[in-house]
Write a protein that binds this ligand. Structure first.
Ligand code: AMP
Ligand code: ZN
Ligand code: FE
Ligand code: FE
Length: 281
């Protein structure tokens, strides 16, 4: 019973369409997947539709909201959100606009550094979805400015890079509350390298956090065990996934490529069911 609860599609910076993701997940024999695009809900309906004819595969509607703390990028996953929720859609649209403004500024800064990539190509690579730094990295790679996709982040557009530009972001707490307001379950994504995580967890729990992503690409046994204990200590469930983007980078895990215990999906689903009963009553 393989599952993968962290997947990107063309709705943000993934390379495969939601339909392609569903087809491959079914082929790999996955039983539960979650579509979790950055600041976008556009991949959810197509994925749900594509999975209608595949009884062995369940698709959880989700998203990933990139937020900032002074020291870290903190990403909040939201599962079982109401993807038709107006407030959520409006806020995400604002965030996507700020992504576009910021990406333009990054392209301009790169230009000043002698790296000449076309804005229209970045937009083309984003395919109308949430524009992200990975699209800029791809455009740089295509033009031969960097030997690998990763190098773009290391040398230019990572947080410490000379072409890095900040953008409007929610705080992690605001993102968790937004997920809760849209009927969803917030989970802290890839938390292994977050500074002062215990303080953050306390604050996030107050904002409605229900879980921690303990099973993730590149996490070793010791890290996973530590995160599982941390989750238990704070009364959180655990989740996990590949963070699949389909970009084919050296460090990327394949779809379904992370060993995530099936009970992560079971607990999440059970929690969502209890949650929706509460809403109905
Ligand atoms: P953005 O959403 O534009 O802030 O870009 C962040 C996304 O870029 C992350 O969600 C990752 O998919 C990717 N990313 C961030 N840092 C790196 C890195 N060092 N190497 C490769 N991809 C990265
Ligand atoms: Zn991404
Ligand atoms: Fe992330
Ligand atoms: Fe992700």
């Amino acid at each position: 019973m393989k599952i993968d609860l962290h997947i990107h599609t063309t709705a943000s910076d993934g390379r495969l369409t939601p339909e392609e993701v569903v087809r491959i997940a079914a082929k790999q024999g996955l039983s539960v997947i979650a579509i979790t695009d950055h600041d976008s809900l556009a991949g959810i309906e197509p994925a749900l539709l594509a999975a209608e004819s595949i009884p062995s595969l369940r698709v959880i509607p989700g998203l990933e909201i990139n937020t900032d703390t002074p020291n870290d990028e903190v990403h909040i996953l939201g599962y079982f959100i109401d993807y038709r929720n107006k407030g959520l859609k409006q806020t995400l649209e604002r965030l996507r606009n700020s992504r576009e403004t910021r990406a333009r500024k990054i392209v301009a800064k790169l230009g000043e550094l002698g790296i000449d990539i076309a804005w229209h190509r970045v937009l083309e690579l984003s395919g109308g979805g949430s524009v992200g730094r990975p699209h800029i990295a791809l455009a740089m790679f295509e033009r031969g400015y960097i030997p690998s996709f990763q190098e773009a982040f290391i040398k230019y557009i990572g947080r410490q890079g000379p072409a890095y530009v900040k953008r409007e972001r929610l705080s992690p707490q605001e993102a968790a509350k937004l997920v809760v307001k849209a009927g969803g379950l917030p989970v802290l994504a890839h938390p292994a390298n977050i500074d002062a995580i215990e303080e953050l967890l306390v604050e996030l729990k107050e904002a409605g956090l229900v879980g921690l992503e303990a099973y993730y690409n590149g996490y070793r046994r010791k890290t996973i065990d530590g995160l599982v204990s941390l989750a238990a200590k704070h009364g959180l469930i655990t989740s996990g996934g590949s963070d699949f983007h389909g970009l084919g980078g050296d460090n990327e895990a394949p779809l379904g490529g992370i060993d995530v215990p099936f009970d992560c999906a079971e607990r999440l689903i059970a929690m969502a069911e209890r949650h929706s009963q509460k809403v109905i009553r």
